[in-house]
Design a protein around this ligand. Sequence first.
Ligand code: ZN
Length: 263
Amino acid sequence: MSKSLDHLFDQNLGWAQAKTRDDPGFFRRMAEQQTPNYLWIGCSDSRVTANDVLGLDPGEVFVHRNIANIVHTSDLNILSVLEYAVDHLEVSHVIVCGHYGCGGVQRAMVNERGAMLDHWLQPLTMLYRKHRPLFDALPDEGARLDRLCELNIEMQVRRLAATPIVENAWARGQKLNLHGWIYAIHDGLIRDLGPHLSSASERDALLSIDQRVAEPVEPQSARRRQAEDAFAGLDLSDMASPPCCMLPLAYSSSLPKTGGKDE
Ligand SMILES: [Zn+2]
């Protein structure tokens, strides 16, 4: 064993001991079976780990990760994971979760070519080049990257919905929901981006990804949803602008901070 990595083994020992101390039956249950209800398709970025950001224990989420969370329909790796998750684990939800500031997505926006990574990112590069005038109209490089990060997720959900694995599951009546989410590293919050698909007819009714480029979706975080739920029971129709003291706490704590990206 390499001494240079002894600290990782030591940390693993500490983690296993802490787990056992908190829950003596934890590893016995883990060894018996896994029954995750979710498949997470995320980026390889070391800061975006499914279990951590979802607050889930081992055994609760099946995971596939690659650079920029791309769904290549000829990638045996992702297709094998998807098939196992859908056909054998029978997960109810497949979540494509990318993140703002993704280095892989950023790579797709530059002219450097030749690395294997550029081949991997080719679908995203093509989307960016095709709609370059719309991206160039955005205020700055950060906004362009954010927008391409969001569109990438929408595109990958569509690709997921076109795989025979998902189509067959829907055809046989299996309950299977696809989701597009985006994670913000700066605040640790996931935003719901869509699309949400649970049938081939919903997929076929979607606007094309080319149309979506011109019509951005407003990402929705849990805080935004909570604020909207809080407002749902209020009748503000006769009030042009409610005083701040009437704003529900959840809403007042979720007012935009920067650029409208946060709530
Ligand atoms: Zn990334």
